[in-house]
Ligand binder design. Structure first.
Ligand SMILES: Cc1cc2nc3c(=O)[nH]c(=O)nc-3n(C[C@H](O)[C@H](O)[C@H](O)COP(=O)(O)O)c2cc1C
Length: 212
């Protein structure tokens, strides 16, 4: 059995996939792994949508193309067709994966009522409060995504954690009928890797660790 560090070191982002379909039991295992991640106040503040059908994947890609065009509308880049097409290509490669996860942030409530009361009296809104607390809701979703990625790899698939498509959050949410209150956090294409990634340039440990 591979030790955990070797396993973690071998995880890489994959951006091209074989069309091989992914069975539902594997999809469920991926989300189960994500769903058991730690979360602030045990809020489990995440929702997942698993998209497998080709028409819906194409609809999502179209939503992203619309979102990109809408974002740059009225700017000096709106007429830069080469730039826009480049963004479209980079932001929509997920559509060629047999499985695409949409990861949403649900609402996270802070449990300590007295502290919460002080935030409220000071006129600090929910989002600002979460930011001041070190983004526990965002971090929780990140933990879930990493668990998901590791389960993906353990099952022999590859994936890419994508945030570029979030530029089209409004259009993507409309395409899948997601509740307005949810925040789209990540798009994750999954499938059998169609290539072997190049070796990764990793900063030396000394650059990111201080042991005191
Ligand atoms: C929060 C986050 C957002 C990312 N968004 C994108 C993205 O939109 N498109 C993309 O191709 N890769 C994206 N990546 C993948 C990174 O480029 C990749 O993780 C990084 O280059 C390290 O490579 P590795 O995953 O192979 O170790 C994202 C990664 C993270 C953690």
């Amino acid at each position: 059995m591979t030790d955990f560090l070797t396993f973690a070191l071998s995880r890489r982002s994959i951006r091209k996939f074989e069309p091989t379909p992914i069975p539902e039991e594997h999809i469920r295992a991926m989300v189960e792994a994500a769903h058991c991640a730690p979360s602030g106040c045990n809020s489990q503040c995440w929702q997942f949508v698993a998209v497998t059908g080709q028409p819906m994947r194409e609809k999502l890609a179209q939503a992203v193309r619309e979102g990109i065009r809408s974002f740059f509308e009225g700017t000096e880049l709106a007429d830069d067709e080469a730039f826009l097409q480049g963004r479209e290509k980079a932001f929509t490669f997920f559509q060629r994966a047999p499985l695409v996860f949409l990861v949403f942030l649900d609402h996270m409530d802070y449990y300590e009522k007295k502290t919460l009361g002080v935030y409220e009296r000071r006129g600090i809104g929910h989002r600002d409060m979460m930011d001041r607390m070190g983004y526990p809701d965002v971090l929780s979703v990140g933990a879930a995504v990493e668990n998901l990625l590791l389960q993906v790899q353990q099952l022999g698939y590859g994936a890419c954690w994508m945030n570029d498509p979030i530029m089209a959050e409004k259009q993507i949410k409309a395409a899948v009928g997601a509740d307005d209150s949810l925040r789209l956090m990540s798009v994750i294409p999954v499938g059998v890797p169609a290539y072997t990634p190049r070796e990764k340039v990793q900063k030396p440990l000394e650059q990111v660790l201080r042991i005191l």
